[in-house]
Design a protein around this ligand. Sequence first.
Ligand code: AP5
Length: 216
Amino acid sequence: MRLVLLGPPGAGKGTQAKKIIKDWEVVHISTGDLFRANIKNETELGKKVKAYLDRGQLVPDELTIALLWDRLDRDDTRKGYILDGFPRTLAQAKALDEGLKERGQALDGALALEVPFDVLVPRLSGRRVCPECGASFHIKDQPPKKEGVCDFCGHELIHRDDDQESTVAQRIQVYENATAPLLHFYKDQGKLIEVDGNQPVDRVAEEVHQALQKIQ
Ligand code: AP5
């Protein structure tokens, strides 16, 4: 299965991707995670992209598309993958289609999580993530057993810099302008699958599972 996950910041893309990969044995590829790993490791790419992430702006298409293909062309993607956070612009969506075509492949679907914007700020301002193993928590809705500490690896949890309220507002604006048009792009291709993301996590996961069974 080759799937794209769409939705505004905080829609639950990462949360649902972690559930989908267990059901379908595919790999989870998040361009946000790849950029953060490069920043943490202080690579050349990390130095180039840090300011964009800090400001809640998109990394230029050229850098993002190159990073994506570098990851997609690895062996572990043969059984399929979920792209979380890519594409985010029309140019990225077209580059993905063209690259897949050159490889004799195609996307199976684009799954959009629909969540009203007023729900996103509290979700992200309460999110705490583990920089070590990638686990995600929420201080009210899904608190770790011990405050500030990852349940899975014991590392200290962090509040992402771009989850501060003013940066979240900027990210939502960027989503509306650059990424929301992709809903029409995939609808026109007959690939758009819409799921209500404003429900409890397990209910969303159930609806996602049912929707994906139809395209397999
Ligand atoms: P990225 O890391 O992709 O951030 P994002 O898309 O803004 O998504 P998030 O990770 O913030 O949210 P999510 O939808 O995964 O929600 P989550 O499941 O964690 O990108 C960061 C930056 O990298 C971008 O701003 C940009 O600079 C750059 N970038 C990345 N890709 C790029 C690209 N293709 N092109 C250019 N630049 C790019 O959930 C959020 C919270 O809500 C959690 O606390 C969770 O517990 C909670 N939650 C989840 N589901 C529910 C639910 N159903 N009910 C209640 N709470 C829930």
